[in-house]
Design a protein around this ligand. Sequence first.
Ligand code: CA
Ligand code: CA
Ligand code: CA
Length: 383
Amino acid sequence: MKRVHLWLVAGLSALLTCAPAQIIYSFETEDLHGYADNNAPGFLEVFQATTGVTHGNYSMGVRWPGGFRWLLGNGVRDETLPYLRISRKLLLDITVPAGREVEWANMIVAFNGPPGYGWNQNSIPVGLPRVAGTRTILLDLESLPLPAPDVEWFQLNLGINAGSAHEIYLDSLRLYRPACEMVAFTFDSDLQGFNIGDQSEISLEWFNGKMRVSKEGGFRWLFGGTAPGLAAMVRRGDLVVFDVTVVASASQWANAMVAISSPAGWGQSDYVAEIPTVVGTTRTVALDYRGVALPDSDNPEYCTLNIAFNSQGYLVLDVDNIRIYRRAVEGDVNCDGCVNDSDLLAVLFEFGNTAITPADVNSDGVVNDSDLLTVLFNFGSGC
Ligand SMILES: [Ca+2]
Ligand SMILES: [Ca+2]
Ligand SMILES: [Ca+2]
């Protein structure tokens, strides 16, 4: 079974593009899912582009002079709602072109909820990339209720905000997949190496299977988190993901960044994630660390995860379940990092299925020959 008929598909490689599964919006159609229809030059420019393409042939470019802008979706229910009913955690690739840089930028999401709820929007913005490069952001919308499946229309609106003129390219709005998580820190019995060094105005304690961070305003690092296999995980992933709950707060805003330390150096992320500050709120936060120097082997002398928290004022957070989100391997249906028999079987078992499923590798709405060929063509990769 290992040596499947690769010769069958050798000539078809040109037809296959990189395809993270379960894509909601790829911005391949000219109307850009409605986002392009409601803007005026100078106020907001929305256009189809070939910069920052992570799926298909096009992305959606957005340029604005800074400040807050709404991008209003087309309201076609079946383009979005069935996906959100599977998961209200979404990933979105954002590219900032070379030469662009802003001090801060973020995004909120709003959609229409059940009758009586009106519009729902996430009160905690998600950080947008501020410097050149492609980064993936996580939109955690789990706190927002959904309307019934037969609601007439469903509009997914994106609110963008930046400190000055900004330009971003969006592609591959897709479902976040728990199957792609590699578990690193669960704080079952201790802090797994995390410490505050000789800093003041921050303290750290193990609290009921979580890591409790108490800090005054300002920027502070947590150093030295280590877990078995951490180097191997960070070499195969591109996001550090964790759950954060606000225990106490006198802060209007807070954010976080990560650094990975190994013989390759101290690699600090350029992406900054926004952290909730409202007491009782729990959110899943993702920090893209692409561009960071990573260990060059799975077993380096040392490899530690370091997290920095910045807040306006006093803040107490419980952090738990730090995992690394696996980078997509083309044809890897079950997201275990290796394209093998299991992926082939997943496609075969679901052959003909038109539901939203990871077996629809190319995200065209049906599991068929094309998906099978993608798996076959990539057979053995990542293993
Ligand atoms: Ca696309
Ligand atoms: Ca697999
Ligand atoms: Ca397909």
